[in-house]
Design a protein around this ligand. Structure first.
Ligand SMILES: Cc1ncc(C[n+]2csc(CCOP(=O)(O)OP(=O)(O)O)c2C)c(N)n1
Length: 206
């Protein structure tokens, strides 16, 4: 695995991924940077940005994809959020919902808490260490995902967007993104409100 420093910028990338999102696209974002990213791209009722529930994002996306098979479900989250509940990937692979795509924005850091190195960060523990950090795309593959990939370059972004929005799932994409100091763009902070507006937009007032 490459240990080159990531160069992709997450905000314009997420904006592109969500461009033209309609009522068919249900978005679940992990806490921290992914939450602010999807909101910077434009807050909408069918966005469910998580606040604080670290590790829950993929499981929520899976439940939603199984419950709403006619909708596209897109999970956008951070490497450390996913790392907390890696087993969820095996459950996704076992259930294999064809409407679910997972995009992990891997900055190799715990962004929200001060950019400490996360498990995906390259390290230098001497000659018996591979030095590469955890490779979450390989983990997804090992869990049984047939369709995984890693994106590092701007040239691959158009295909990434296409895959996340339209390719038969479950799709897993690891995107290496750079560490940046970005403005917080916050969605509503009341979880009950976020849940209610999401349900209303999806199911109507019934
Ligand atoms: C159970 C739990 N442990 C720790 C935290 C504190 N915490 C909030 S965000 C975060 C790091 C998130 O990192 P990542 O998912 O990689 O997102 P990014 O770096 O993109 O912000 C941590 C440790 C938490 N909210 N919940």
């Amino acid at each position: 695995m490459s240990t080159a420093k990531p160069t992709l910028q997450r905000r314009p990338l997420v904006k592109k991924i969500l461009e033209g999102a309609d009522d068919n696209l249900l978005v679940i974002a992990g806490l921290g940077s992914s939450n602010w990213d999807i909101t910077a791209a434009g807050d909408r009722p069918l966005n469910m940005p998580l606040w604080g529930s670290m590790g829950a994002t993929v499981s929520m996306g899976l439940g939603l994809a199984l419950a709403q098979p006619s909708k596209r479900v897109l999970v956008i989250t951070g490497d450390a959020d996913l790392m907390m509940t890696l087993g969820a990937l095996a459950t996704v692979a076992a259930q294999s919902p064809d409407n679910l795509a997972i995009c992990v924005l891997d900055n190799e850091k715990y962004g929200e808490t001060g950019n400490q190195a996360s498990h995906t960060s390259p390290r230098n523990n001497g000659p018996t260490d591979s030095g590469s950090g955890a490779d979450l795309a390989m983990v997804a593959k090992g869990c049984g995902f047939a369709d995984t990939g890693t994106v590092r370059d701007q040239a691959d972004v158009a295909q990434l967007v296409k895959d996340l929005r339209t390719r038969k799932g479950p799709v897993f994409r690891l995107v290496k993104v750079m560490v940046e100091k970005l403005e917080f763009v916050m969605p509503p902070q009341d979880g009950a409100h976020l849940k209610d507006r999401f349900r209303q937009a999806l199911l109507g007032s019934a």
